[in-house]
Ligand binder design. Structure first.
Ligand SMILES: Cc1cc2nc3c(=O)[nH]c(=O)nc-3n(C[C@H](O)[C@H](O)[C@H](O)COP(=O)(O)OP(=O)(O)OC[C@H]3O[C@@H](n4cnc5c(N)ncnc54)[C@H](O)[C@@H]3O)c2cc1C
Length: 424
């Protein structure tokens, strides 16, 4: 199969890039699962925006401080400067953010020195991504293939010519393209406890390793301090940081506070782990008692509902919480336009690393970063478009890929471990 531009993944990064690519190009998007099964749909807290010029310096500083000053300063500047443009686009697609008396309401999360986060209840990701998806489905030049997984890339002399994929009927075939964008999200599926969808296993990273495409900081992995403690298998349910931003407290088993809840995620996670170790417990507690009941139900309806289903009424009692893998700051190394070290290959969203987050992501910066840099990739492809003379489509041998999942997982986990050892 031949397309002009291929996008692997349909979270915010893949969808938004598709909407900014030329409408006279044939665009194919593939996704491993159903179109609404991406982490983008799960985002709860919100999306950061530069409220006014007066906030630039503190937004920049908050992002840098959370990232332990390991951030790429140029990327941080680009993200902040382009934030209003992205929000305007999202509103144009029909996304609604919380308003009071006709004015937008801003919330805050840990490590933000002032409220600058737009939100839609506690389902901001669903609100944003469903409107992007709806808009994509209306574009005649875009084809979306669900339950279709990238299992290999077609590369020659450091040029990407497309991918090999496997569809729902277990058919393997090539999709050749002038440009390929990897938008495969995070790596939570590699970990036992993670807030991510289980099918997000860092496949693009494994293929990057296979073809010598440069990675950056594969050991920069964020653990979220507060997910609902459960003994059930599967994805960990996130208790958004904005719950703490609105006043919730962390408590040990004696009902005592033991950390400033608004410190950066890695610091709070460390404090929780120490407290659990000290007490020999499997979790700590989070109480929403300082937040008015009306506010809990209107701002956090999803969390309220989910906890009720699990047997906890957050308006009346504390809930058990535990840290879990949440976000990947490292990834496929890209420049300021999301271009990888391989020609005709871009990487966007969580699977890419442009250094914006440094060693630890500031809350609610990832949807924004994914969108800003997806648009820049699309614009660069549009402005420099080069048709790639393609080779003949080659037959694909299914047996070559039949058990690549475990092999790819191992490749990524090994790369993480190697980087950790290198930096010790
Ligand atoms: C519970 C939760 C809450 C969050 N809350 C917030 C928040 O409030 N604010 C914020 O800014 N960020 C938040 N984040 C982070 C944010 O949601 C993600 O970083 C962001 O959505 C990533 O977008 P993406 O497009 O890169 O990837 P995703 O949205 O994860 O999409 C990845 C896509 O790639 C596809 N894919 C993967 N592998 C393959 C393959 N081999 N072949 C084909 N397709 C493949 C998947 O099927 C999927 O369509 C949260 C994350 C989680 C998990």
């Amino acid at each position: 199969m031949k397309t002009d531009i291929l996008i692997v993944g349909c979270g915010v990064a893949g969808l938004y890039a598709a909407l900014h690519l030329p409408e006279d190009k044939k665009i194919t998007i593939i996704t491993k699962d159903a179109a609404d099964k991406s982490d983008s749909f799960l985002a709860q807290g919100g999306i950061c925006v530069l409220r006014d010029e007066g906030d630039y310096a503190s937004f920049f500083e908050d992002t840098m401080r959370a990232g332990h000053y390991k951030n790429n300063r140029e990327s941080v500047d680009i993200m902040i400067q382009n934030s209003r443009d992205v929000i305007d686009d999202l509103i144009g697609y029909g996304t609604e953010f919380e308003k009071k008396n006709g004015e937008y309401v801003y919330t805050r999360e840990g490590a933000h020195s002032r409220p600058r986060i737009l939100f839609h209840e506690d389902e901001t990701g669903k609100e944003i991504t469903s409107h992007l998806l709806e808009t994509v489905k209306k574009r005649e030049n875009i084809t979306l293939l669900e339950y279709t997984s990238m299992v290999d890339m077609v590369c020659e002399d450091n040029v990407c010519r497309g991918i090999v994929c496997k569809d729902a009927g277990a058919n393997y075939y090539q999709i050749l393209a002038d440009y390929t964008l990897l938008a495969t999200g995070g790596i939570g599926g590699l970990f036992k406890h993670s807030t991510n969808f289980r099918h997000l296993t860092g496949d693009a990273l494994a293929l990057a390793i296979k073809y010598g495409i440069k990675l950056q900081h594969p050991d920069y992995i964020q653990i979220h301090p507060t997910t609902l403690f459960t003994r059930k298998e599967g994805r960990s349910f996130l208790i958004s940081e904005s719950v703490r931003g609105e006043g919730a407290h962390l408590l040990n088993s004696k009902g005592e506070r033991f950390v400033n809840e608004l410190l950066p995620r890695d610091v709070v996670t460390e404090a929780i782990r120490k407290e659990m170790e000290k007490e020999g417990s499997e979790h700590v507690w989070l109480t929403m008692a300082p937040i008015p009941e009306k506010e809990i139900i209107s701002h956090f309806p999803n969390i309220y509902r989910h906890c009720l289903e699990e047997g906890y009424d957050v308006t009346k009692e504390p809930i058990p919480v535990v840290p879990a893998q949440h976000y990947f700051m490292g990834g496929i190394d890209v420049d300021a336009y999301s271009k990888t070290s391989m020609e005709h290959l871009y990487a966007i969203g969580e699977t890419a690393c442009n250094g914006v987050h440094g060693q630890n992501r500031l809350a609610s910066n990832s949807l924004l970063e994914s969108l800003v840099f997806a648009k820049r990739a699309a614009r660069q492809i549009r402005d420099t478009y080069e048709v790639l003379p393609q080779r003949e489509e080659l037959p694909v041998m299914p047996e070559t890929y039949s058990d690549c999942t475990e092999q790819y997982k191992k490749m990524v986990l090994d790369a993480i471990e190697e980087e950790k050892i290198k930096n010790e």
